[in-house]
Design a protein around this ligand. Sequence first.
Ligand code: HEM
Length: 193
Amino acid sequence: MNLAIFGDQTIWIVARSTGVASLLALSLSLLSGMALRPKSLGWLSTNRAVSELHSYATVLWLPLGLVHVIAILLDPYAKVGLGDLVVPFRVSYGAFAIGLGTISVQLLVVVLIAAWSRTRLSRGQWLAFHRLSYLAFAAAFLHGVLSGTDLAYPWLAGIAWLVAAILAMFGLRRITHAIRPQAVPLRAERNAA
Ligand code: HEM
């Protein structure tokens, strides 16, 4: 494809900026999703608003991720082809780092399809698919940190790891909330039952 109107540098800058922006939006999506159950952001906003934010973040990371992938495909220096979106770890350089990008996209596609088919799935099935987003995020994060040009700058890498640490903290809260035994009903409640 003739990239004369854009220039190789422009395509590269678009790829990098949309990569970072998509990862940021994905972080927001994960954070708002995890905050829903134990209402971790209750001090900041209502659960309804957090749920809206969760939906909005998806509308944000999806097109950004799409533009990132298209720009990478168009960038002659990246040497990434359509086949690399299907079979990971094949690129001639940084195979592991770029392959993680492919894995994250594939997992996110499954999460999206499950979300769109929610009415046809049982809650358990939907949840099992939806939880793949944790793996997808981990893959996208490592992909960005390992293959990024901008994320190699210490200040941006520092912010990325700080965001990852906050997400891990919310994740731990979410897991603790999920496995905590249900509160034992009071004796009066048990007698009345
Ligand atoms: C939604 C999924 C994806 C996200 C969130 C994502 C995010 C990122 C981020 C944050 C960077 C670092 C940008 C920088 O610091 O300069 C990056 C770089 C890169 N990504 Fe992705 N990526 C995704 C999918 C993919 C896929 C599927 C491929 C190709 C198979 C890919 C190929 C690349 C390449 C080649 C770079 C290096 C760009 C450079 O030269 O700096 N990414 N990506």
